[in-house]
Write a protein that binds this ligand. Structure first.
Ligand SMILES: Nc1ncnc2c1ncn2[C@@H]1O[C@H](COP(=O)(O)OP(=O)(O)OP(=O)(O)O)[C@@H](O)[C@H]1O
Ligand SMILES: [Mg+2]
Length: 218
């Protein structure tokens, strides 16, 4: 089983969007997907509840209030996390369940400052130092050719892992109404017409390749 955690304590950076996009992607490919929502806001739970019956089902667990038991036949466990966690115990608990961690960051000075603090905290965690979990970053909700976009990419490019290697910065996801419409309908952009979502699909390619490679697995 592959386990993927989307983590960044900054509210609204796109955690639930990335989680539901991935869950829909793998489900649409016939994989057995469990979505564990650790956020009491329950955005990912709501997304699964709104999923049309004629699309492949996704099992959802309200993991903030019930024990997370993952069935044996699960191919992908995808974990949504709450905003505002800085508690090392909670973070450690989430990290213990994940092989791969995706950190989405938005192109704003505030989001980048938060990300800098958060990434620095992450680099001190035992599981990260020991490479028991693999991390990457993704720039999210980016408008092309803006100063903010360039400065976010430059910043994410510069991040290092505790061993001095680069923290993989995988892709830039554009700001797109496709994500908003998909969220409303319990679907993933990968379940929309290819022609309408081509730029988004292309931007996801590096993420899907990373998740499919040993680089994302301890
Ligand atoms: N690439 C994108 N393009 C357009 N809208 C986006 C994009 N990513 C996220 N959004 C929108 O931004 C809002 C916040 O995204 P999301 O809920 O995924 O963030 P979050 O990190 O899960 O927030 P929270 O910390 O509150 O759980 C949502 O309305 C979502 O539809
Ligand atoms: Mg969320």
């Amino acid at each position: 089983m592959r386990s993927i955690l989307v983590l960044n304590p900054k509210g609204g950076c796109g955690k639930s969007t990335l989680v539901t996009t991935l869950a829909g992607y793998y489900a649409e490919r016939g994989k057995s997907v469990v979505l564990a929502d650790f956020d009491p806001q329950g955005s990912s739970m709501d997304w699964v509840a709104g999923r049309p019956a004629d699309h492949p089902p996704i099992r959802a667990v309200a993991a903030w209030e019930e024990p997370l038991r993952v069935p044996k036949d699960t191919d992908y466990l995808i974990i949504d996390s709450p905003a505002a966690i800085h508690n090392h115990r909670v973070m450690g608990d989430l990290l213990r369940r994940a092989q791969s961690v995706i950190i989405p960051v938005l192109p704003s000075p505030i989001d980048m400052r938060h990300a800098a603090r958060f990434v620095a905290e992450m680099m001190e965690l035992r599981r990260v130092v020991n490479q028991e979990v693999k991390l990457c970053t993704v720039a999210n909700r980016v408008r092309d050719h803006t100063l903010a976009a360039a400065s976010l990419s430059g910043y994410l490019e510069s991040l290092k892992l505790p061993d001095g290697h680069k923290l993989p910065f995988l892709t830039v996801l554009r700001a797109s109404q496709n994500y908003v419409h998909a969220a409303e309908r319990g679907l993933s952009i990968f379940e929309f017409a290819r022609s309408a979502t081509l730029p988004d699909r292309e931007q996801w390619e590096p993420v899907l390749r990373w998740l499919n490679s040993t680089r994302s697995q301890p």
